[in-house]
Design a protein around this ligand. Sequence first.
Ligand code: SF4
Length: 339
Amino acid sequence: MPYLTAPEALGELLPGEPSYRADQLRRWLYEAPVLDPADMTNLPAAVRERLGGLWPFTVEEQQSADGGRTIKWLFRAPDGVAIEAVLMGYRSRVTLCISSQAGCAMGCTFCATGQFGFDRHLDAGEITAQVAYAGAHLREHPIEGSPDRVTNVVFMGMGEPLANYTHTREAIRRMVEVMGISGRSVTVSTVGFLPGMERLATEPWPVTLALSLHAADDDLRQRLVPINRRYPIDDLITAAATYAETKGRRVTLEWTLMDGVNDTPEQARGLAAIARELRAHVNVIALNPTPLSDLQRPSARAAEAFVERVAAAGANVTLRDTRGRDIDAACGQLRARKG
Ligand code: SF4
């Protein structure tokens, strides 16, 4: 499974082969990925066979929606854990949403993944392989009117990436330094894992930090996001401000809008105040309801009214569309159905 070996160590998989073979293999894995090792045309068949398979998972299900512009995969690792990734094609970019853990220990009450608990961390190779697989798929099946490669990566699938720091960091390094994805086009979304936010600020890459806030006061936030008891909002604001200052990058605030929960005028004002303080951009996305929770999606009108209130209070805010609603595209929903 070559993706489970660091790109610089691929020669260890090819003992007795000249060193340029490892360079050729690295190019096929990271720069011009292919779905099938047989397509690595400049590698002898004997070398390809020694790889013992290309992907550290099998494709259990592939779904597409939005006229083929959204594709979702459910991958299955050999130990049985599920890994989800979602590809979204736009006019000027192709964004891949990836998972950093199988399951999640954070227990956010509105999230399908959180309701199923934690299986294990993903290895850096399993994280990077999601990007490579999507890239290989795009080369064979381009999305009409979109770039033919993955231009943006968001850590917004299953898992809290900063709770799996070592592997998340290594995966980012491989994407930026080996695959050629711009650091600015990689977004790490955290539910507020404070030590990881602080460490990320010390890394060399200008990745975008997205803080999933969801509530503007600690009482509500700790009901939705239990880890808020350990890392309250004021501490997160301080860490986000430090990140923005250190990197010279605007932080994003994510807000999953839930009917009658965090769509009130008070929450809109509180969110706007935090966004103004951080000079952050706010992304509001209406909840995709999950079977194990009573939380509901607000009406389109209510979502628009909330966003108008946040904007009127002086914050920079966008109401995002929910790609792939007909294919369980929200975090953990496909896995929740498949088990
Ligand atoms: S929202 Fe993110 S951090 Fe929270 S349970 Fe779901 S995957 Fe984990």
